[in-house]
Design a protein around this ligand. Structure first.
Ligand code: IMP
Length: 413
């Protein structure tokens, strides 16, 4: 059965939520395999916009099931809020949601620690303060709490007490909430999820079903925020590549196709290198027209031109087969378009960064292309062809506008 991955090729916010939502009805499952409530995946349904952070972006009215897989760090309170909103609009929604007990939890202390570290840092990352870095840190240092401990209350409390003591000795008053209070809250959240009809699935049973059925793996953030290959340390703390599905027990070689989502320009939230960033009237207009404000934090996104060296790098790093372009409608009517074709770095001119190090201090070299009025404009077709040639990947779909159904196959244009 068909398996595909849809990932972001920039610094997140490429519009993956809409794209996953568009394709989701063709699949039995949509699986999230990384990140947590730092992601902000926007979907439109019945004229209303929903921004989900943890829920897979499945179509509300379909038979598709959603799986929050191992590899994620889950904030139960946030998840309940999202499920309640979706269930309010679509009966039976919660029963289509499955959680892998191997996933880890984000605890209140992780969010406090995240905020504390950002406030103390000489070079803050500009995190979403959703506790992501600290939750993954606890995971790899073997202190994290897996979802399955929610069902063994004595062990849960014991584990919470250990974490609390350690964090308290490290961060003092910045760490609030007694372990007993956290345990009570987690257990009541677990019960609420059970009452809503959410499945705490046996990890291996779901894996077997996923193997036999069709699956869309939904990436979070984008390759340039990947923990290993992004612009470290200005990255998130998990895998943003298609290869990240390995944490759910799947091999990337089981994927039939990897789609990379690319916005027609570039944005970034938080700090870190951004070679094509521009602070001008045009980029301010793009920010307003494209509503480029963080879906999780509301922060204005930094805006710049499409960066082809970065896109080539992302396609290579994540074995992208073909691309889906979003938000070209935002550039319509703004006049000539700039596209970065190469970088000048300390070592000369390069079309593709050799490592994430090359993003630091890269100077963009631009090509100027004529702008377009609408999707039928020949200048738009020229832009699409230019990008395809430059990155040696086909742009198979084009998303033009925020509504879910506004996705066109390349041949329609
Ligand atoms: P964290 O994932 O909250 O630790 O934040 C680390 C970096 O990733 C910061 O620059 C965030 O702004 C960025 N980031 C995290 N999630 C997203 C996302 O979904 N879209 C865009 N940027 C994100």
């Amino acid at each position: 059965m068909k398996k595909i991955a849809i990932i972001g090729t920039q610094w997140g916010d490429e519009g993956k939520g809409k794209i996953v939502n568009y394709f989701s009805s063709d699949f039995d499952w949509v699986v999230r395999y990384s990140g947590g409530a730092n992601a902000g995946h926007t979907i439109y349904f019945d004229g209303t916009q929903y921004v989900n952070h943890l829920l897979p972006s499945l179509h509300p009215q379909s038979d598709t099931k959603g799986f929050l897989g191992a590899g994620m760090v889950i904030d139960l309170g946030q998840l309940i809020g999202e499920i309640r909103v979706m269930t309010g609009r679509t009966e039976g929604f919660a029963e289509r949601i499955y959680i892998d007990p191997e996933a880890f939890m984000v605890l209140p202390w992780h969010k406090q620690e995240d905020a504390f570290q950002e406030e103390q840092a000489s070079h803050p990352i500009g995190t979403t303060r959703r506790g992501i870095g600290p939750a993954y840190t606890d995971k790899v240092s073997r202190k994290g709490i897996k979802i399955y401990w929610l069902f063994e209350e004595d062990v849960l409390l014991e584990l919470l007490k250990r974490i609390y003591t350690e964090k308290r000795s490290r961060y003092g008053e910045a760490v609030l909430n007694e372990p007993e209070e956290v345990a009570r809250s987690l257990i009541s959240q677990r019960q609420e999820l059970v009452d809503l009809g959410v499945h705490f699935a046996s990890s291996l049973d779901v894996s077997k079903r996923l193997r036999e059925e069709s699956v869309l793996f939904e990436g979070a953030q984008g390759v340039l925020l990947d923990l290993d290959f992004g612009t470290y340390p200005y990255v998130t703390s998990s895998s943003c590549l298609a290869h990240g599905i390995a944490v759910t027990g799947f091999s990337p070689s089981e994927l039939d196709e990897v789609f990379g989502v690319v916005k027609a320009y570039t944005t970034r939230v938080g700090t870190g290198p951004f070679p094509t960033e521009e602070r001008s009237d045009i980029t301010s207009r793009i920010r307003e027209k494209g509503r480029e404000y963080g879906a999780t934090t509301g922060r204005p996104r930094r805006v710049g031109w499409l960066d082809l060296p970065a896109l080539r790098y992302a396609c290579e790093r994540s074995s992208v087969d073909s691309l889906i372009m979003t938000k070209a409608d935002v550039l319509a009517g703004i006049g000539d378009i700039k596209v970065c074709r190469a970088y000048r770095t300390g070592d000369g001119i390069t079309e593709m960064p050799a490592s994430s190090h090359d993003f630091f201090g890269a100077e963009p070299l631009y090509e100027t292309l004529p702008g377009w009025k609408d999707i039928e404009d020949s200048s738009f077709a020229r832009f699409v062809e230019y990008v395809e040639m430059a990155v040696k990947r086909q742009i198979t779909y084009i998303s033009f506008g925020p509504e879910t159904d506004k996705v066109y196959h390349r041949n329609e244009i």
